[in-house]
Design a protein around this ligand. Sequence first.
Ligand code: FAD
Length: 396
Amino acid sequence: MRHRIAVIGGGPAGLTFARVLHRHDHPVTVLERDPAPDARPPGGTLDLHEGLGQLALGKAGLLAEFHALSRPEGQAMRILDTDGTVLRDWQPRPDDRANPEIDRGQLRDLLLGPLDVQWGRGVTEVVPGTRDGVLVHFADGRQETFDLVVGADGAWSRVRPAVSTATPHYTGITFVETSLDDVDTRHPDLARLIGDGSVAVFGVNRALVAQRNSGGHVKVYAQFRAPLDWHTNPDRHLGLNRRADLDAGLEAGLEAGLDLADVEAVRSSLLALFDGWAAPVLDLLRHGTAFAHRPLYVLPVSHTWAHVPGVTLLGDAAHLMPPLGVGANLAMLEGAELAESVAAAPGDLDEAVRAFEEQMWARAGRWAKSTAAGLERLVSPDPTEALALFDELQPS
Ligand SMILES: Cc1cc2nc3c(=O)[nH]c(=O)nc-3n(C[C@H](O)[C@H](O)[C@H](O)COP(=O)(O)OP(=O)(O)OC[C@H]3O[C@@H](n4cnc5c(N)ncnc54)[C@H](O)[C@@H]3O)c2cc1C
């Protein structure tokens, strides 16, 4: 008899897990809270690394299709000083396939393929150890049981409490995201500034990063250190080194608090925060269409748990870490590896899951440490730290 397996969440982790199981002709139920694949904007571009995300796509038999869709030129990276001086301008070789970029929506559709996802099925709770297996409660009041429930439901996982008491905590660093459309025709100067890939500008405890997606779409991230309530608390501060920075950056117009839904108010507060930076850099904010507040949360580094038969976690649900280009990659590789283990050991499912968890924890722990340290250097009191990090990681 085949095991009844459910994966909660249709993000990179859950879909890769299901797609690899599907390739091994193993049935799997995919339960996703969103009512439809395009129910909300899919988010920015992802770079998939040769030894991580691309390895996972290979296990799903999707590597050739990925290479047809992805943008190797999107690996290009330019770093500017706050006055607009170009400090680094790294271009990949034409045959460089180390970390090509792909839009999240394209990756989702690639992974979806023949999968039969059950949309609009938000899970509220998972209860292991019942007589008939692991009980899953849904937001609509229904219940189902499975032999294995895989929590791939992201940062605020509803599956995680079944195995762990850990909850994400705020890093002290916030992103405010905006975007530009049709950049090549509507903002040709910005299109040149951004190039084929990304442009980043690092200042004291703050940074601006713009990343090209396909179709002339650009995502811009204003990144800064601030308490979680920076937009409501009149006494907010940004952990800046010098009082002058604080005065110049924040106080004008912000005393009464900031309504994050008020596009113009957010824009002017960000322009105040980045005041004095080169005009073309600030144009990234001036032309942004809407602003989304994204405070960065993480799970404790090296998050593990005592194994619970019938339940496990993948991706952000297991090891939420700073967004330094590996979260989706790890999520996909874990999804692929767990699926292969399950498919190869249908008789002893629990042993396969237990061995997978040990492997996942060891690898994710290393990345959680390095991304936490990386985030501290990218949004740092000393902007030369960000440049030094780039030089350490980027091939010359
Ligand atoms: C600004 C930013 C940039 C990033 N850039 C990169 C990058 O370049 N490269 C990279 O590798 N990573 C990047 N990441 C990290 C990456 O986005 C995540 O690590 C990755 O999406 C994790 O995948 P996941 O499948 O574990 O979770 P998610 O992508 O969060 O997917 C979880 C899914 O579960 C569903 N879900 C949630 N709750 C429930 C529920 N209760 N019931 C049913 N379904 C539910 C959600 O709707 C969602 O579809 C970035 C992150 C951010 C914030």
